[in-house]
Design a protein around this ligand. Structure first.
Ligand code: NAD
Length: 258
């Protein structure tokens, strides 16, 4: 399975830890050419790229702060220069930024959350489309954009996470629009929508809160990043999902069944 991912050129935004890193590791094991990304320019991240490459693929780290449109463009250009094209884009960068009730939300907070979760995916996709289009034309197979959505985008989000949840719903719907605009170019668009996954995203939670959340999940526990990764491989593989586009795959241990 996933044999067709060997040598595929895969850019994964927000992939220095958590879900993005586990997904990068899975693509490397499948023999893909993987671009890691984070906002920090730190030598330890070049070493991380080497560690991931040891799993089987070819891997390079690209620092870019994706809340900045110029850096979204630079990221795509640097990846394409390094690997000669782009077959799969994974829009994974995202985060809460903070938790605020409506009474505390100001323009700055709104902008930060939307830039991190919505604008980053919008602009990276914009600059990636010409490369995905030409890779699809050359190969005669579909290329793929996969975005990380969220259960919050389905059900409104946890305490103080209203803008975050709305930004993920925005992303879910943007995915539907991109299907209408770019299916003619043989590009597919799908969303992986995680439930509650055990990453630093939940570092602010006490054990008591974690237990309460777990009790509301049919499987009774948080998911792991490793349990998320194969869903991205599935959507990236033309052989596995060449006729699947515009979908949202909920990976949430039964926390919600939309
Ligand atoms: P994480 O905090 O472990 O990883 C976030 C990644 O994004 C890191 O690699 C970080 O370097 C990168 N990043 C942060 N700011 C950036 C910026 N300005 N520019 C570029 N990269 C930046 O988070 P995670 O839990 O692995 O989350 C990954 C994705 O999954 C996010 O989109 C998140 O919203 C989504 N998600 C997570 C959960 C969960 O329970 N963990 C649930 C639903 C959705």
């Amino acid at each position: 399975m996933f044999n067709d991912l060997k040598d595929k050129r895969v850019l994964i935004t927000g992939s220095t830890k958590g879900i993005g890193l586990a997904t990068a590791q899975a693509f490397a094991r499948a023999g893909a050419k993987v671009g890691l990304n984070g906002h920090r320019n730190d030598p330890s991240l070049q070493s991380l790229a080497k560690e991931v490459a040891a799993l089987g693929g070819e891997v390079e780290y690209f620092a870019a702060d994706l809340t900045n449109t110029a850096q979204c463009q630079q990221l795509v250009e640097a990846f394409v220069e390094r690997f000669g094209g782009l077959d799969v884009l994974i829009n994974n960068t995202g985060g809460l930024v903070g938790r605020k009730p409506l009474s505390d939300i100001d323009d700055e907070f709104y902008q930060q959350v939307m830039d991190l979760n919505a604008r980053s995916a919008l602009m990276v996709t914009k600059f990636a489309i010409p490369h995905l289009r030409s890779a699809a034309k050359q190969s005669g197979e579909t290329t793929s954009v996969i975005s990380t959505g969220s259960i919050a985008g389905r059900e409104g989000g946890g305490p103080g996470a209203s803008i975050y949840a709305a930004s993920k719903a925005w992303l879910h719907n943007m995915n539907r629009h991109w299907v209408k605009e770019f299916t003619k170019d043989n590009i597919r668009f799908n969303v992986v929508s995680p439930g509650t996954i055990d990453t630093v995203f939940h570092a602010d939670k006490t054990q008591e809160v974690r237990d309460k959340i777990s009790s509301g999940i049919a499987m009774g526990r948080f998911g792991t990043s490793e349990e998320l990764a194969p869903s991205y491989l599935f959507f990236a593989s033309h052989a596995c999902s060449g006729y699947i586009t515009g979908q949202i795959l909920d990976v949430n241990g039964g926390q919600m069944a939309p």
